[in-house]
Design a binder for this molecule. Structure first.
Ligand code: PMP
Length: 427
């Protein structure tokens, strides 16, 4: 990279800091500056392709022509709001509801996953008459006041709400889904008991179906049942946050049914518009009816014709290109490739994956979590033009979560680059 190129990005970083302030963070030791996207590729301003193994928002691939066309056509025709009649919002809601298991029957649109979770919690509180909200120890559910207060991954300086309780994330000790489920449910029950001791009735258990910020916990399938039973016994609802897991990510359409549970409310976001802001809550009719009787809901941009055209196009592309099955097949290859690497390399530990979501533990020579080495690997891959990130309570879990159009050849490139990075860093 020439001095001139460096100075362009350095100026951009300085300008960003000055104009956008301190709360924004950049990825990578050497920040990345893409100017164009296509499929699984992001191109920098020199035209160099970078393999995107990180961005789940562009689920059908960056700038998918069908989605771009749907957005452009609708934007050129009409873009209003949900106080007028329009077919597209209904077609979009219908398609999503049809793809979800009962008893989910109605949908309300928002612009972001945060808003969807905020609204779902309001609905749960209105329906149950309780306030208590239970989340995992390192959960992330979004940025609104009430949801930031239930997102401990934002750090200890962001205070948890008074009615929020955290529970340890599910721990797989290799003793099967039932034992794992019992352990996790014991934490949920303890939180319910603690809420009761403080005179707080539970409203909801809110869980990311793949526990992404808790380090990516994808299996064994079936471990959620006892926790969901516990919250319902206590009079609370189960809100499945599908912002990460939804729309085919795990090799099946939705994440929570992998655990053979039903949800009272489901929140959707990120991949739904392939980058266009569209999100929402799908829920039980009685819960939604109750909310509607006590409160009016209007979200200026939520569910507008352009947003719904984007979401509808995304669903069509997923179906027509067979991307859910594709995620399962290619995800299987990814799992094998990562496990082979982990077997061969002592600095890699457990591989946890479902479909095209994978977490790989990075360890120090003594076998303890090693966040610094994980970060070094993330940066080494970036220098090899492959984009991933790291997550988890210790920051040592490589997070691999590419667009669903990622192919076997991309798995090979990623595996090769990871092996080369491990070798280079070990020297
Ligand atoms: N829930 C989960 C599980 C998420 O990962 C995120 C975003 N990272 C959100 C909710 C919030 O979504 P948004 O950024 O669209 O508000």
């Amino acid at each position: 990279m020439s001095d001139h190129q460096d100075s362009v990005d350095t100026a951009l970083i300085e300008r960003r800091r000055r104009l956008l302030g301190a709360s924004y963070r950049l990825f990578y030791r050497q920040p990345f500056h893409p100017v164009r996207g296509e499929g699984v590729w992001l191109f920098d301003r020199h035209g160099t392709p970078h393999l995107d193994a990180y961005n789940n928002v562009a689920c059908v691939g960056h700038c998918h022509p069908r989605v771009v066309e749907a957005i452009a056509t609708q934007a050129a025709t009409l873009n209003t709001h949900t106080r007028y009649l329009h077919e597209t919002i209904l077609d979009c809601a219908q398609r999503l509801i049809d793809s979800l298991p009962p008893p989910l029957e109605q949908m309300v649109f928002t612009c972001s996953g945060s808003e969807a979770n905020d609204l779902a919690v309001r609905m749960a509180r209105a329906f149950t008459g309780g306030d208590g909200l239970i989340v995992t120890e390192l959960a992330y559910h979004g940025v609104t006041q009430s949801i930031a207060e239930a997102s401990p991954s934002l750090g200890s300086k962001v205070r948890l709400g008074q009615a929020v309780r955290t529970v340890p994330a599910p721990v797989d000790l290799g003793d099967g889904a039932a034992a794992m489920g019992t352990r996790f449910a014991a934490g949920v029950q303890a939180a319910i008991d603690d809420l009761a001791a403080h005179g707080i009735r539970p409203a909801a258990l809110l869980l990311d179906s793949v526990f992404s910020s808790d380090g990516i916990i994808t299996g064994p399938r079936g471990f959620l049942g006892p926790a969901v039973d516990a919250i319902r016994r206590a009079g609370g609802l189960y809100i499945a946050d599908e912002v990460q897991a939804g729309l085919g990510r795990t090799g099946v359409m939705w994440g929570f049914p992998r655990h053979d549970v039903s949800a009272d409310l489901v929140t959707l976001g990120k991949p739904l518009g392939n980058g266009h802001p569209v999100a929402g809550v799908v829920g039980r009719r009685d819960v939604m009816d109750h909310f509607g009787e006590t409160s009016r809901y209007f979200n200026t941009f939520g569910g507008n014709p352009v947003a719904c055209a984007a979401a509808l196009a995304v669903q069509s592309v997923i179906a027509e290109e067979g991307l859910v099955e594709h995620a399962a097949t290619v995800g299987g290859k990814l799992h094998v490739a990562l496990n082979q690497l982990a077997d061969a390399h002592p600095r890699l530990g457990e591989v946890r994956s479902a479909g095209l979501l994978a977490g790989v533990e990075v360890l120090d020579p003594a076998g303890s979590p090693d966040a610094a080495f994980a970060q070094a690997l993330v940066d080494a891959l970036r220098e090899r033009h492959i984009l991933i990130s790291a997550t988890g309570p210790h920051g040592n879990v490589l997070k691999i979560r590419p667009p669903l159009v990622f192919g076997p050849e991309h798995v090979e490139s990623l595996g090769g680059a990871l092996a080369a990075s491990l070798a280079a860093l070990a020297d």
